[in-house]
Design a protein around this ligand. Structure first.
Ligand code: NAP
Length: 241
C-alpha cells in the first residue's frame, strides 16, 4: 500500500516534532515544515537516529514565498498530501491585561496563529485535493474555547493573553469555514487542543507531556473518512467551542 504523507508546521521541536515522530513510527512519510534550516535539519537527523525517514522543508508560516516553494516541492516529489497539520504557533505577551496589550504584539500573534494557518492551508489545498480522504488538523488551544475562558470557575479563565486566546478562537472559526468548503472534496478539517503541555512555549510549566499532546493530534489524523469534520477535540473527545 502507498505510504500516507503528513506535513507538520513548526515540526523542529516540542509538540510538532513529537507529532512527526509518532506519525513516522506509524509508517507515514513525514514532511517537517520548519522556518530555520539548521533546526529543521537537526530535527530530521534526530528522527533518522530512531529509524524514521523524514523530509525537512523550509516553511515560515508568515512568509507566503516559502509556502509557495514548499508546496511546489511536495507537488514535484509526491504529487499529493494526505495530512496537513497546522501546528506552528506563538504566544505573544502573557498575563497582560487586554487594555495593556500592544496592537503590534497582537498583530504578530495573529500573523502566525491565524493568517499563518490560513496561508499554509490555502497553499496546500490543491495537494490535499489530489489525495484521497485528506485531513487538515489545526492545533488550537483550550484557551480558544469561549466556553472555558468565560467560565470564571475554569482555570483557563485566569489566563490574560487576549492576543493568543482570541487567535485560537479565530482559528476554531477558520476550521469550521474550511471544513464546509472542503466537505465535497472529502477533506476533513478539525481543530485539536493539545492541552497544557511542558514545552518551550510555556517555559516547561505544562503538566502534560509532548507524547500525550501529540497522541490527540495523531488520533485525529487516523480518523476514517470525512464524517469527523468541523470539530474541536481534546484527547479524542469533543471539546466545547
Ligand atoms: P513551541 O515549543 O514554542 O514550538 C513552536 C513551534 O512553532 C516551533 O517549532 C517554532 O519554530 C514554530 N514556529 C513559530 N513561529 C513560526 C513561523 N512563523 N513559521 C514556522 N514555524 C514557526 O510550542 P508548542 O508548545 O510545541 O506549541 C505548538 C502548538 O500547540 C502551538 O500552535 C500552540 O499554540 C499550541 N498549544 C500549545 C500548548 C502548550 O501548553 N504547549 C497548549 C495549547 C496549544 P522555531 O523553533 O523556529 O521557533
Amino acid at each position: 500500500m502507498e505510504k500516507r504523507s503528513a506535513l507538520i508546521t513548526g515540526a523542529n521541536k516540542s509538540i510538532g516534532f513529537e507529532t512527526a515522530r509518532q506519525l513516522g513510527l506509524r509508517g507515514y512519510k513525514v514532511w517537517l515544515g520548519c522556518r530555520d534550516e539548521q533546526r529543521g535539519r537537526a530535527a530530521m537527523e534526530k528522527l533518522a537516529a530512531e529509524g524514521i525517514e523524514s523530509c525537512f522543508i523550509v516553511m515560515d508560516v508568515t512568509d507566503a514565498g516559502t509556502l509557495q516553494e514548499a508546496a511546489q516541492q511536495v507537488l514535484k516529489e509526491e504529487g499529493k498530501l494526505d495530512v496537513l497539520i497546522n501546528n506552528a504557533g506563538i504566544s505573544g505577551d502573557q498575563q497582560v491585561a487586554p487594555s495593556e496589550q500592544s496592537i503590534d504584539d497582537i498583530i504578530e500573534v495573529y500573523n502566525t496563529n491565524v493568517f499563518g494557518a490560513i496561508r499554509v492551508t490555502q497553499h496546500f489545498i490543491p495537494l490535499l485535493r489530489a489525495a484521497s480522504g485528506a485531513k487538515i488538523i489545526m492545533v488550537s488551544s483550550g484557551l480558544g474555547s469561549l466556553e472555558w475562558v468565560s467560565d470564571l470557575n475554569h482555570p483557563y479563565s485566569k489566563i490574560q493573553a487576549m492576543g493568543y486566546t482570541s487567535s485560537k478562537t479565530a482559528l476554531n472559526a477558520i476550521t469550521v469555514a474550511f471544513a464546509k468548503e472542503l466537505i465535497d472534496d472529502n477533506i476533513s478539517v478539525n481543530a485539536v487542543d493539545p492541552g497544557y503541555t511542558a514545552t518551550d512555549f510555556n517555559g516547561h510549566t505544562g503538566y502534560r507531556t509532548v507524547s500525550e499532546a501529540a497522541a490527540g493530534i495523531v488520533w485525529l489524523a487516523e480518523r476514517e473518512g470525512s464524517e469527523t469534520t468541523a470539530g474541536f477535540f481534546f484527547d479524542g473527545s469533543r471539546a466545547p467551542w
